[in-house]
Design a protein around this ligand. Structure first.
Ligand SMILES: [Zn+2]
Length: 49
């Protein structure tokens, strides 16, 4: 039972990490940038300063 809980938590953590990896910048049209953010940054290569 304990192993299953840990597996679920690991899976959730992975999903959160992937979701947070999207670039936080918005485009001129107001949509969120669809590029992947660089490791350790909230922005992609094109939006980070
Ligand atoms: Zn971007």
């Amino acid at each position: 039972m304990k192993k299953i809980t840990l597996t679920i938590m690991a899976a959730l953590a992975l999903v959160f990490t992937v979701a947070a990896a999207q670039c936080a910048a918005t485009t001129k049209k107001g949509k969120q940038c669809s590029r992947q953010a660089e490791p350790g940054s909230a922005y992609c290569w094109q939006h980070k300063k």
